[in-house]
Design a protein around this ligand. Structure first.
Ligand SMILES: [Zn+2]
Ligand SMILES: [Zn+2]
Length: 187
């Protein structure tokens, strides 16, 4: 009888043995570079004037942030779930501390009166949320380059969340909006 699983696991073992030394060397290099970037990340966290960068998957939208960022708020409302495919986790920045450095792919979608959502028309990355006249812009935390130094601070519109996941990270949950997460001081 042909047992494909057995054959596969045998081959894997052989391959693993043969390449064990180079893989370990590669891993050492990777760990060293990971340690270096972690150190750089920590420096970013402690220096408020540090410039942070971010952008979409393909590079057609890039931005810079100077100064502090509000901790992450996750919105579980139906519109955010539709747009992102899960939920929207954003970190907010005062308008004057935010700058687009590449916007050839940027498109805005008006999802409801007074609100617009920025995304990349080439790669589909979800990047921004902004209310008309707002003094700050909400940036999706996952598009910030490297270590963010941020933390998840609140889950909002939890009453509308999807039924296929649980929120059990110990972070405060709200059925609707909250103003419990303060914006950082303006710089
Ligand atoms: Zn893109
Ligand atoms: Zn939402």
């Amino acid at each position: 009888m042909y047992r494909p699983h057995r054959v596969l696991s045998y081959n894997f073992k052989l391959r693993h043995y043969r390449f064990r030394v180079p893989v370990d060397r590669f891993r050492q290099r990777w760990m060293l570079s990971a340690a270096k970037s972690e150190l750089q990340g920590r420096q970013t966290m402690t220096t408020d004037s540090e410039k942070r960068t971010g952008g979409c998957l393909c590079g057609a939208v890039r931005y810079e942030i100077e100064g502090q960022i509000r901790d992450v708020i996750a919105c579980h409302c139906t519109m955010c779930r539709k747009q992102t495919g899960h939920f929207l986790a954003t970190a907010d920045v005062w308008n004057e501390q935010f700058r687009l450095t590449e916007q050839s792919g940027l498109k805005w979608y008006r999802s409801s009166p007074g609100n617009r959502r920025g995304f990349c028309e080439t790669c589909g990355s979800v990047l921004f949320f902004q209310s008309d006249g707002s003094e700050y812009i909400c940036i999706t935390a996952g598009t910030i380059d490297g270590k963010t130094g941020l933390r998840m601070a609140a889950h909002i519109f939890v009453a509308d969340k999807g039924d296929y996941y649980t929120i059990d990270d110990g972070v405060d949950q709200f059925d609707g909006e909250t103003d419990s997460v303060p914006m950082p001081e303006r710089q």
